[in-house]
Structures are given as structure tokens and as C-alpha cells.
Design a protein around this ligand. Structure first.
Ligand SMILES: Nc1ncnc2c1ncn2[C@@H]1O[C@H](COP(=O)(O)OP(=O)(O)OP(=O)(O)O)[C@@H](O)[C@H]1O
Length: 258
């Protein structure tokens, strides 16, 4: 299945995966996978455990090269938010958030101002910014990781199951942060998750990766903007898709957290 149909219409294409394939140790993960993301579009990539979602994200972001196919990135700045916050333990929260700006040579005053603004956007208090990662809660660390990603004003953000390890209430808060930031800043995002409810809440479009090396097996464009769907609408959508054979892999084995 070729999935090059940006949901928003008319926007520039930010990312193209053209018939990519990958294998580890001679064992195929997926073949012939094509996907495009438009400017400002949030695409959720879902699929059962081990089907290759992280591998697709790593190829798209350039962390690894595909064995076959072509990747085209039409943007200048990207950020990646991982499942673990991956903050540098010897730096304060403020310096972690500003890290990408420091690498880019942004002067100290400007990067501090930017880190503090981004921290406020993700709900971190000013008093927490002088703390080291070990002094922050898990939720605060993940907020700092999102702030660090936003700080470089990326045109593309890759999210690799970023909220799987946080509790349900905080997960919603962090999802809302992403929804708000993407509406405000118009970055594109590839959001890997095995939680279909999360995908339905925050994406414009959902693509399903097969658990049997068949590549993308389904695609759904969601109605309305992310954030406009209430809990009832999300629940109904997930229930409808549970009956759809294209989503069978996701529900087999009971991994879906509806
Ligand atoms: N570096 C590696 N070396 C060997 N095999 C690997 C490597 N990375 C991933 N794999 C294998 O490739 C397959 C796809 O892994 P991947 O992490 O992309 O799946 P996933 O869909 O993200 O899984 P999950 O939802 O459980 O995180 C799995 O069978 C995995 O064991």
C-alpha cells in the first residue's frame, strides 16, 4: 500500500519514504513501504509489538539507513522524542532543554529565554529548571524532553512511543501538549504508538503497519482537527476499527489499550 496522501490538502510534502525495506540479521522487518507526510500533518504509525514501527521511525529520521528504497527529507530541523527522556544527567533541566540551541551556537541569553518559554509551555515550573534530571519526577523529565524538542523550532518531530511509560492521567496531559504545540507551531510529526486511542486523539491520519512483514496495511484519515475529538468520539472510532479486519493485528493478543 502506498501512503502518500497528505490529509490536510495543498501543503508541501515534508517527508517521503519511497518503497523502503529493511531486515535485521537477514530477517525481513518490512518491504516496499511508502509514506509521505505533509507540512503540519501529524501521522500516527500503529501496529503490533515488533512489527517495525521504531525501525520505520529510525529510517525516516536518518538514525539508520534502509536496506532498500529512498528517503527524502524536505525540512531543515528535526527533533526526536523517545520513550525514555534521555536527558543528560550532569545538566540542569534548563540546560537540557537548551542543549540543541547550545549546539547550534545560540548565545546564552537567548537560549535561556527560549528554554524558559518552552518549559512554561509544557507545564514545568521555573523553580524546577535548576534541578538535575535525578531530582525530577518521571513526568517532569518527559515534559523536559518535549520542551527540548520544541526548543529548536523543528519542522519535523519524531515521537517513538513517548508516553507509554507515564501514568494514564499524565499521558493525557502530555498528549494535549503535543496537540496544542502542533496546532500552534505547524510542525509535522510521525508519532509511533501501539495505543490506538492515543493515535485517534492526536493525529490527522493513522497508518497501520502489518505484523506479517506486509508493510502498511491500512490508512485512515480522521475527521476534524486533533484535539477536537472528545472521549466519546475517540472510543467510538476505536470500537468501529476493532471490527475492521485491517486493524485485526492490533487487537489480537489484547495489547490494545483502549
Ligand atoms: N538492532 C537490531 N538488531 C536485530 N534485530 C532488531 C534490531 N532492532 C529491531 N530488531 C527487530 O526488528 C523487529 C522490529 O523491531 P521494532 O523495534 O522496529 O518494532 P516495534 O514495532 O517498534 O516494536 P514495539 O512496539 O515492541 O516497540 C523486531 O523483531 C526486533 O526484534
Amino acid at each position: 500500500m502506498a501512503s502518500c496522501r497528505p490529509a490536510l490538502g495543498g501543503e508541501a510534502v515534508r517527508l517521503t519514504l519511497d518503497r523502503i525495506g529493511h531486515a535485521f540479521l537477514g530477517r525481513a522487518v518490512f518491504e516496499d513501504l511508502s509514506l509521505c507526510l505533509a507540512e503540519g500533518e501529524v501521522v500516527a504509525l500503529v501496529g503490533p509489538s515488533g512489527c517495525g514501527k521504531t525501525t520505520v521511525l529510525q529510517i525516516a529520521s536518518g538514525l539508520i539507513d534502509p536496506l532498500r528504497g529512498r528517503v527524502q527529507r524536505h525540512y531543515r530541523r528535526q527533533a526526536i522524542v523517545f520513550q525514555e527522556p534521555r536527558l543528560l544527567p550532569w545538566m540542569t533541566a534548563r540546560d537540557n532543554i537548551a542543549y540543541g540551541l547550545a549546539v547550534a551556537g545560540v548565545p546564552l541569553g537567548r537560549r535561556r529565554e527560549s528554554a524558559e518559554r518552552r518549559a512554561a509551555e509544557v507545564g514545568l515550573h521555573r523553580r524546577d529548571l535548576d534541578k538535575y534530571p535525578a531530582e525530577l519526577s518521571g513526568g517532569m523529565r518527559q515534559r523536559a524532553a518535549v520542551a527540548r524538542a520544541l526548543a529548536i523550532d523543528p519542522e519535523m518531530i519524531y515521537f517513538d512511543e513517548p508516553f507509554t511509560a507515564v501514568d494514564v492521567g499524565l499521558r493525557r496531559v502530555l498528549q494535549d501538549l503535543v496537540i496544542g504545540a502542533s496546532a500552534r507551531e505547524k510542525f509535522s510529526a510521525l508519532f509511533v504508538t501501539h495505543d490506538l486511542s492515543e493515535a485517534v486523539r492526536l493525529a490527522h491520519r493513522i497508518v497501520v503497519l502489518s505484523g506479517r512483514q506486509e508493510g502498511l496495511v491500512a490508512e485512515r484519515v480522521l475527521d476534524g482537527a486533533p484535539g477536537s475529538r472528545d472521549d466519546g468520539a475517540v472510543f467510538e472510532t476505536v470500537q468501529d476499527w476493532a471490527k475492521d479486519p485491517a486493524f485485526a493485528d492490533l487487537f489480537d493478543g489484547g495489547r490494545e489499550a483502549a
